[in-house]
Design a protein around this ligand. Structure first.
Ligand code: G4P
Length: 532
């Protein structure tokens, strides 16, 4: 197959949701359709279960599972689909943001009872930053959920995207009877008993057809007619181009648990989701059709076996063809590297691959060469852009509890932060280390892993910091002056960029007003500042 054909048949995406909305359940149903798994229950939830065992043990268990489910590859509708897993726990949201840089589209799952939840908004902000195309699946229609029109309004309002319903539910919860497919004009009746078999489907080209009354009852049929009329009048028809540009999101209704409405989403996905697209670099865009290989690392798993310092770097192929046992250029280190055992992932199995194409994700065994965001090419010296660091929400000073082990602590915290577990900031003089995380749980993980993998004991001390702000300016002298005056609150990120640690939202606003020539960003990418 030619490069062009390989690209055209690939679809690389992630399913995102607020925890508990049904991501794992939907993933499992997709894999069942794709034949990648045979039985329900084969996909392990990647949620961190609090309580049952120690959180650290749970995290170790999760790290084991999440390597094997990091990328799930399956075939459906003539396409080769790479489904990238995202962590189920809010504290690991940053990992999800990075994974979103490696996909070409997403499926967003919303719980119809809860509507748009906090984490959904955050994840969608990241999608909006890169105009990632989104398909929405409103799940759990078998429960007493909210009014579908309200849910659509909420989606448009909170996620700042236009929506277009592709199906419409008839009843909800106890009165849920099925969905009317607005695209193929078919009625799909719900039978909660049949969880794995195809649901019955009736073709009704016109909602005025009296068969509708016989099938769902007169009142629900009339309500559907009124709703369909309203939808056709209010919502723009779906333009595939607008969807691919991230301007409009098709919305489906169903119940993942009951395998209802899942096939429609998958069918729509293979019909409209984009193949691997161009990616921005510091020297312009790289097209997947460029025959010269390039890719970037978006995720690293380290020290799965504490006896071996083994790490797997996950690389997304962006252009050309990757081949096993070939030398490639590690741009940051200006070093040639060769990979004897690159792996692909098919559900739980790992296998060695000879080649990979744009849109594919491969696992590279790493002895410590990679950091998140690193670029690999067949010789060119550009770097992929767009692996932003987001300001952490919690900051603690790392305190060494065993002065004899300071080297181990230094190495450990560097490696863990390369892996993206947390962000590390240093303050000079004194080499003070400040660790920034999204959630409390990550501090526990770091302390545990530093002790068990590096033999270094540490504690975390509260510090008054509200946001890490990267800075750009129109006036270098003013920025230098600001950095001098605020030395107490200036730290360096891992790439030695100066970062202002705003102590509070009030102080950040004040500095913004007092220093109009400096722009304070809460992401390191500077395109869009995520709302504070
Ligand atoms: P997540 O990965 O997004 O966190 O969600 P997950 O799929 O694990 O689903 C969360 C819970 O919601 C699960 O129940 C799951 O069975 C349930 N669920 C998923 N889809 C539907 C649906 O369409 N209808 C209903 N009623 N429930 C649904 P659980 O009790 O937490 O877990 P389990 O014991 O069933 O695994």
């Amino acid at each position: 197959m030619s490069l062009q054909q390989e690209i055209e048949r690939r679809r690389t995406f992630a399913i995102i949701s607020h925890p508990d909305a049904g991501k794992t359940t939907l993933t499992e149903k997709f894999l069942l359709y794709g034949g990648a798994i045979q039985t329900a229950g084969a996909v392990k939830s990647n949620k961190i279960r609090r309580g049952a065992t120690s959180d650290f043990m749970e995290i170790e268990r999760q790290r084991g599972i999440s390597v094997s489910t990091s990328v799930m590859t399956f075939h459906y509708g003539g396409k080769l689909i790479n489904l990238l897993d995202t962590p189920g726990h809010r504290d690991f949201a940053e990992d999800t943001y990075r994974t979103l840089t490696a996909v070409d589209s997403v499926v967003l799952v919303i719980d119809c009872v809860k509507g748009v939840e906090a984490q959904t908004e955050r994840l969608m902000e990241v999608c909006r930053m890169r105009n990632t195309p989104v398909i929405v699946f409103i799940n759990k229609l078998d429960l007493e959920g909210r009014d579908p029109f309200d849910l659509l309004d909420e989606l448009e309002e909170k996620l700042s995207i236009k929506v277009r319903p592709m199906s419409w539910p008839i009843g909800i919860g106890a009165t849920f009877q099925g969905v009317y497919d607005l695209h193929s004009m078919g009625l799909r009746l719900f039978d909660p008993g049949k969880t794995k078999v195809e649901q019955t489907s009736e073709r009704i080209d016109d909602v005025m057809d009296p068969r509708l009354d016989t099938l769902v009852g007169e009142d629900p049929a009339n309500e559907l007619r009124a709703n369909v009329e309203l939808i056709q009048g209010v919502y723009e028809p779906l333009s595939v181009q607008a969807y691919r540009e991230g301007r409009i999101a098709p919305v489906f209704f169903g119940s993942a648990f009951n395998n209802f409405g899942v096939k429609e989403v998958l069918d729509a996905f293979v019909a409209i989701a984009p193949p691997p697209g161009p990616r921005p670099t510091d020297q312009g865009e790289v097209s997947p059709e460029d025959p010269r290989f390039s890719g970037f690392v978006f995720k690293i798993h380290a020290n799965l076996d504490p006896n071996h310092r083994d790490r797997i770097a996950f690389l997304r192929v962006c252009s050309g063809r990757f081949e096993r046992n070939t030398y490639y250029k590690h741009v940051r280190l200006e070093k040639q590297l060769r990979f004897a055992n690159p792996t692909s992932f098919l559900a739980a199995q790992k296998s060695i691959v000879e080649e990979a194409w744009p849109g594919d994700v491969i696992g590279l065994f790493d002895t410590g060469n990679f950091k998140i965001g690193d670029t690999l090419t067949d010789g060119a010296a550009f770097n992929f852009r767009g692996i932003p660091a987001f300001s952490p929400e919690l900051f603690r000073e790392l305190v060494n509890l065993d002065p004899m082990k300071s080297k181990q602590l230094e190495k450990g915290i560097r490696q863990l932060t390369d892996e993206g577990v947390a962000q590390l900031f240093t303050q000079q003089p004194g080499n003070k280390k400040i660790v920034g995380c999204v959630g409390e749980l990550q501090f526990e993980v770091i302390a545990y892993r530093l002790e068990h993998e590096y033999g270094a004991k540490c504690a975390f001390q509260q510090i008054p910091a509200y946001k890490a702000c990267w800075m750009t300016t129109t006036d270098e002298a003013a920025l230098d002056q600001f950095i001098r005056v605020k030395a107490q609150q200036i730290v360096q990120d891992k790439d030695d960029n100066p970062v202002f640690m705003a102590p509070s939202s009030y102080m950040l606003d004040l500095e913004r007003r007092n220093n109009p020539e400096i722009t304070f960003h809460t992401t390191s990418e500077f395109k869009t500042a995520i709302a504070d």
